[in-house]
Design a protein around this ligand. Structure first.
Ligand code: BGC
Length: 482
């Protein structure tokens, strides 16, 4: 860390810590009345995860959660982001389906223990694990029926946990959920036009429809929170969007416009409706006929439905105008078919060192630009809800050498510096929640992508071992929070 890093400061009320998500850590998928989620079903199908692992055990947090709170205390954090499993709370998911008291009791115990430990919870209602029953009943987020069911689920959560939680997040990364689940079919529910992967799906249409219904779910939950709970509980509520930074490859007019359009679609697809009440004008043009229209009533419901913006940020790409037709199936085409994402600058230099997953490179300056751009454009307080990296070949490094995670340390400290510098410039960044508390079930990567500041020994009862980064970040924040 440079001398200038040591001089950086964070305000007294700054929230920092680590994040998790229910399907990625809990396991115990048939305990105490919990019913299956779409990720239980999907991850069990052949060849859906890289190493054949599924959601059955993951990091066994349903059993080992007390130890995790002790771990967090030892890491010095003041916050933790976690998500609720909808099918633990309402096993069949629907608005007239029974609530599972055992599920509520388990989360209450966990959330109370966090309060007792002096750790603030940032609670996400939906981090991708939809009750399977709703997928079976009406195809989940493809149907508008989901809106009333989500709204009731949210209300049950506000009622049950609102005395323990002030910072609510409705939906994690609607952009990634729609793309991965309905364009590529590589996440649950696995729908795609690629018939080698799935018998059903329409990659051109379904991601946009699902995205639209996700926005209506989010906005209905917010409405109910604001009307029935906000005043007495004194909390706030927002949405979490995955945001890349797209840096124009050069300052030619065509690449500047390409980068603008890329940011409008990749981030604005969900942020513009919640801020301005409609999809970005450039996306409306590009995806003509695919993006659903908001009725006046829906637009009014969605507009202004965030008290703050949650940002999951991992990396930066160079953007240029595409000169050849987009290959169908290339991950980023839905983010904009007429742009190309690159990792080399105009002189051929790589944008930053790459870690163990190809979508994360260390590009701290891109994060700084993203924070400035987001604040300027959307004027909402910002919560960084995820940010993290995997070390090169991390899954192949033998224990205990793997605990010396200097690539992650470089990434996290440099990204934290960017947060402090943005705050100095007047950008209201309120939290830095890093991904992740422990190695976990990384969706289609199974257990192979280790994002944790804690190593999990999957062969030995999911024993936890702190990596060096946990101690470095503890000292980093201890010495910089006012
Ligand atoms: C998701 C996490 C995921 C992480 C790393 C984010 O898109 O919200 O659930 O584990 O990225 O891949």
């Amino acid at each position: 860390m440079s001398a200038s890093s040591a001089a950086l400061r964070f305000p007294k009320d700054f929230h920092w810590g680590y994040a998790t998500a229910s399907a990625q850590v809990e396991g115990s998928i048939d305990q105490d009345g919990r019913a299956p989620s779409i990720w239980d079903t999907f991850s069990r199908l052949p060849n859906k995860t890289l190493d054949g692992t599924d959601t059955t055990v993951t990091t066994d947090t349903y059993v080992q959660w007390r130890g995790d709170i002790e771990l967090m205390k030892s890491y010095g954090v003041n916050s933790h982001r976690l998500s609720l499993s909808w099918s633990r709370i309402i096993p069949l998911g629907g608005k007239d389906d029974p609530v599972n008291q055992a599920g509520i009791d388990w989360y209450r115990e966990y959330l109370k223990a966090l309060v007792d430990a002096g750790i603030v919870s940032h609670l996400t209602l939906f981090h991708w694990d939809l009750p399977q029953a709703l997928e079976d009943r009406y195809k989940g987020f493809l149907s508008r029926d989901i809106v009333a069911d989500f709204e009731r689920y949210a209300r049950v959560c506000f009622e049950s946990f609102g005395d323990l939680v002030r910072d609510w997040f409705t939906i994690n990364e609607p952009n990634v959920f729609s793309m991965m689940g309905y364009l590529f079919g590589s996440h649950a529910p696995g729908r795609t036009s690629n018939r080698e992967k799935s018998a059903e799906g329409d990659s051109q249409r379904e991601p946009f429809l699902v995205g639209h219904n996700l926005l209506l779910c989010h906005a209905s939950a917010v409405k109910s929170y604001r009307e029935e709970f906000k005043q007495k509980q004194g909390g706030q509520i927002g949405l979490v969007v995955n945001m890349l930074w797209g840096e124009p490859l050069d300052d030619s007019a065509e690449n500047l416009t390409a980068a603008d359009e890329f940011m409008a679609q990749s981030s604005g697809w969900f942020i513009e409706p919640v801020v301005f009440g409609d999809y970005p004008p450039s996306s409306r043009k590009i995806f003509e006929g695919h993006l659903p229209k908001f009725s006046a009533e829906d637009s009014a419901l969605v507009k202004g439905s965030c008290d703050f913006l949650g940002i999951n940020h991992y990396s930066t790409f160079y953007i240029k105008r595409r000169t050849t037709p987009a290959e169908p199936g290339v991950p980023w085409t839905i983010l904009h078919p007429a742009v190309e994402l690159g990792i080399h600058d105009k002189h051929g230099n790589e944008i930053g060192p790459v870690g163990g997953v190809n979508f994360v490179r260390i590009v701290p300056w891109g994060f700084g630009k993203l924070l400035d751009w987001t604040w300027k454009k959307y004027q909402l307080p910002i919560y960084i809800t995820e940010n993290g990296a995997v070390c090169p070949n991390e899954n192949d490094i033998p224990f205990p050498d793997v605990l010396d995670d200097h690539f992650r340390i470089e990434y996290l400290t440099k990204y934290a510096d960017q947060v402090a510098m943005a705050i100095q410039r007047g950008v209201p960044v309120k939290s830095h929640l890093m991904w992740a508390l422990t190695d976990n079930f990384e969706w289609q990567e199974g257990h192979t992508a280790r994002f944790g500041v804690t190593y999990i020994d999957y062969e030995d009862d999911c024993k936890r071992y702190p990596k060096k980064s946990a101690a470095v970040m503890k000292e980093y924040y201890r010495s910089r929070i006012e």
